[in-house]
Ligand binder design. Structure first.
Ligand SMILES: C[S@@+](CC[C@H](N)C(=O)[O-])C[C@H]1O[C@@H](n2cnc3c(N)ncnc32)[C@H](O)[C@@H]1O
Length: 453
């Protein structure tokens, strides 16, 4: 049973740990030349992320890197640059390696026309000819921008997973966040995905949006259930108006209070778990037959920039504006500014802007944080063996800090493992923070991170 009484005290700013070190530690000390060397020296199968950044209009809650446009030529121009990037990658990366994962993220990938998407997919397949049979090939979709032709192209291109942005069905909430999307529109899009045989349909919801109440969110949940998704992500709204201008259009006095948010979260968990779903990680739900769930049972769930995945240990190549790549011992990010992204490619350079090379301490902490974030337990001997350290000595201070969580019943520490309790799973960001060696740099983290609760 989850004890929600503990939560308010832990509401503090903190990273979401889709990477460690987190993206704010990326810098330009990791040079272009070093990056090129890293690209060629990773001994792992490939995972590809393509950022397709365009949207027609702004959803005020959106924390993603997007470009608003209604101009067709901007999209065509972007495709030309993506192709330049792919051509250059061939020079530095063995693109004949196996590809185990491909993800189109946004922005709104389906804001490109079906023929534009087809062009992009065929160029990808030409550049990377060795997709494994069971590769996970997925696309984020805004149901308002999806046609039968899009779905045809995705299915033909081997896409087997789709993720639909819904957020909330309440018209008042939708109006406040500038995202009007009817239930019928969403249903039509999901029916289309099923018609074309998509193996997995995901729906994204967000709690913590303006005007949401427990009663209003209950209606959203009932409608969502009618759509019978295979997976769900129910994100805690990350409100960072100092970073995202459009969030300033949200009247903060209309945001639900922390206790309202907790009531919503509590109800959401009860609702989905009593309707045949299991909770995965801190914000996902899936049907028990889902491979994510099988991965948890085997302790093989991983965390990366797309959230939770079964495909760990691959070499992630980020392609397109702002994309982030990840190797065994580095992270690399492309330019966020379109002009600089294009300029690099015009000069015959990959659009790499900044990143970080992980030293041994970073790699040890990354292993600990990611294992706890994904599997909610950590085998201490496994870390000791892998990194040749004495865990108790190495993490003396951190284990001391964890005792506070142990007293609260959020974790259990023994000589061989750290185990997170059911209540602790929802406070996992707080629980792994003591292992983050960079946290101290950011003071109380206000104006840097969103709130954990
Ligand atoms: C790039 S968007 C999805 C693609 C598509 N543009 C759409 O909106 O349907 C990815 C997901 O991130 C989540 N998201 C975006 N901004 C967020 C924020 N500030 N806090 C929490 N989740 C957020 C939303 O649930 C959204 O569906």
């Amino acid at each position: 049973m989850i004890d929600f009484n503990k939560f308010e005290k832990y509401s503090r700013p903190g990273p979401r740990y889709t990477s460690y070190p987190t993206a704010i530690e990326f810098n330009e000390k990791f040079s272009y030349e070093e990056y090129i060397k890293k690209l060629g020296s990773q001994n792992r199968p490939l995972s590809l992320y393509f950022h397709l950044p365009f949207c027609r209009s702004a959803c005020y809650f959106c924390g993603c890197n997007v470009v608003f446009t209604s101009k067709e030529d901007k999209k065509e121009r972007y495709i030309d640059y993506l192709f330049k990037e792919l051509e250059l990658l061939k020079k530095y990366l063995d693109t004949s390696k196996e590809v185990v994962q491909l993800h189109f993220g946004g922005g709104t990938p389906t804001f490109f026309s079906s023929s534009q998407l087809e062009k992009i997919i065929s160029k990808i397949k030409e550049t990377f000819p060795n997709f494994t049979k069971d590769a996970e090939v997925s696309c984020e979709i805004d149901p308002r921008f999806l046609t039968k032709e899009h779905m045809e192209v995705l299915a033909k291109g081997g896409f087997n997973r789709v993720s639909f942005g819904v957020q909330d069905f309440d018209p008042k909430v939708q109006q406040a966040v500038h995202r009007i999307q009817t239930f019928e529109e969403t249903k039509k899009a999901i029916d289309l995905a099923r018609e074309f045989g998509m193996e997995s349909v995901n729906i994204d919801l967000i709690y913590g949006l303006p005007f949401q109440t427990l009663e209003s969110f209950k209606k959203t949940l009932n409608l969502t259930l009618k759509l019978d998704p295979d997976r769900l992500a129910v994100f805690n709204y990350a409100h960072v108006p100092w970073l995202k201008k459009t969030m300033r259009k949200i009247d903060e006095t209309t945001l639900p209070s922390p206790s309202q948010k907790l009531a919503i979260l509590k109800h959401t968990i009860d609702f989905f778990t009593s309707n045949g779903y299991k909770m995965i990680g801190m914000d996902h739900f899936a049907k028990p037959k889902d491979e994510l769930f099988k991965a948890i049972e085997k302790g093989e769930l991983h965390r990366n920039f797309q959230g939770y995945t079964t495909k760990g240990g691959s070499h992630l190549i980020g392609i397109g504006l702002t994309s982030i790549g990840e190797g065994e011992d580095y992270y690399a990010q492309n330019f966020k500014d379109m002009r600089l992204y294009e300029k690099a490619l015009d000069e015959g350079r990959l659009p790499y802007q900044k990143g970080v090379v992980l030293n041994l301490d970073d790699r040890i902490r990354k292993a600990v944080i990611m294992e706890l974030m994904a599997n909610f337990k950590l085998s201490i001997p496994k870390i000791e063996e892998r990194f040749k350290i004495d865990f108790k000595n190495y993490f003396q201070k951190e284990l001391e800090e964890l005792k506070e969580f142990e007293k609260e019943g959020l974790v259990k520490i023994s000589p061989s493992k750290i185990e997170v309790s059911e209540t602790g799973t929802l406070l996992i960001r707080n629980i792994v923070m003591p292992f983050d060696a960079y946290m101290f740099k950011h003071g109380d983290g206000k104006k840097v991170f969103s709130k954990t609760v």
